[in-house]
Design a protein around this ligand. Structure first.
Ligand code: AMP
Length: 365
């Protein structure tokens, strides 16, 4: 029995926490576990604590947990959530069960903010920060591919941080896993259609988020995988033959056999009436600029879609430009070769070792 820890059960979930973390309250649920707010008696600040229950229980969970642990330590940027502590209440590898990640606490996730009547200033500031965070992840070799509002957290002062680090290399077990419903609304066409992808796959997700801020609801609410593609084409139109020619033969056959869609102009899809009234009276940022940026992000063909750099230089976003935020280099690159590991036993060891390394590094500091 380790006396540094205490046990508390909230809403049926048992937490075994270091005594420094007090006043636990549940604030969210994710694919991997429960998230609480707490007060850290040592740092004298509020924190968020995520409990990962048996993260090595299958390869998909293990990859996600390891990815999160590694990447949070690799990146240090104001638009990416910072890791403050990692611990497990179990003392040995044999007993090892749960991981607790202690992070900076934010007020809400973007789902709770996106439907508010956001004026241009707030919208452009949120987009600027999201693009800075994404650019920083790219500099660490991480193309996210799964940016969505539930993985973005914000504070009342409109500051924004990315919470999660995206899709790992796919495995067959990913298909079998978890009752948790996967949100695909924000995934780029090249990700949905299984093509190669580049950094600007993440720009598509930013476009979906921006469109939702303007419209007030999800812009491509596909009911299932293929329906996601249909929702995109209904609004943006059937893509060019050149794009089709880059698809795998079976996917190409499906896409080419869909009825032709002409699509709509961005003025029709996102008319002035959808923008906040307040924002229409502001002179420096306007809905024409917002629509111009959106029309460059929501481009089906990634070869014709705007890059992260160019989006950051767009007049709707560059008003916030600060070189130290836009061009902050990562301290290293994420080694994806770990993600080849398929044995649960090896993952258990690796995650346990990573927690120990964190504790040791912390002692040295
Ligand atoms: P996750 O398991 O990381 O997907 O998080 C699930 C939910 O918990 C998020 O959508 C947020 O609502 C909330 N959450 C997670 N981490 C934090 C944090 N650091 N600050 C505030 N809320 C958080």
């Amino acid at each position: 029995m380790n006396t540094d820890f205490y046990t508390v059960t909230i809403d049926g979930t048992k937490f075994e926490l270091l005594k420094r973390y007090d006043q636990l309250k549940i604030i969210g649920f994710g694919a991997q576990g429960v998230v609480c707010s707490a007060y850290d008696l040592v740092l004298e600040r509020s924190v968020a604590i995520k409990k990962l229950s048996r993260p090595f229980q299958n390869v998909t969970h293990a990859k996600r947990a390891f990815r999160e642990l590694k990447i949070m330590q690799l990146v240090d940027h104001k638009n990416i959530i910072g890791l403050l502590d990692v611990f497990t209440p179990q003392q040995t590898l044999k007993e090892f069960q749960d991981v607790y990640l202690v992070m900076e606490l934010m007020d809400a996730n973007l789902c709770q903010v996106i439907q508010m009547d956001l004026d241009h200033e707030r919208m452009s500031f949120l987009l600027y920060q999201l693009l800075c965070g994404i650019k920083h992840l790219h500099s660490a070799g991480i193309i996210h591919r799964d940016i969505k509002p539930s993985n973005i957290v914000v504070n009342g002062d409109c500051t924004l941080k990315i919470l999660d680090f995206g899709l790992a290399r796919p495995t067959t077990s990913a298909l079998l896993m978890t009752p948790y419903v996967v949100t695909r609304y924000y995934r780029a066409p090249e990700v949905i259609l299984g093509m190669g992808y580049q950094e600007n796959a993440d720009i598509w997700s930013v476009g979906c988020i921006m469109g939702e801020m303007i419209r007030g609801h999800v812009i491509f609410p596909g009911d299932y995988h293929v329906d996601q593609w249909n929702k995109i084409v209904e609004q943006l139109g059937t893509p060019s033959q050149d794009f089709m020619s880059r698809l795998q033969p079976t996917v190409r056959k499906y896409v080419e056999n869909r009825p032709f869609q002409a699509g709509y102009s961005f003025e029709t899809l996102f008319p002035d009436a959808m923008f906040s009234e307040q924002s229409l009276t502001q002179c420096d940022l306007n809905s024409t600029q917002a629509r111009d940026l959106l029309s460059k992000m929501l481009v089906i063909d990634p070869e014709k879609r705007i890059s992260v750099e160019d989006a950051l230089s767009h007049p709707f976003v560059r008003v916030w430009h600060d070189d130290s935020e836009v061009n902050a280099p990562a301290s290293g690159t994420y080694d994806e070769s770990f993600e080849q590991i398929q044995s649960v036993r090896q993952w258990k060891e690796l995650i346990f070792k990573e927690i120990q390394n964190f504790q040791e590094d912390w002692m040295i500091l």
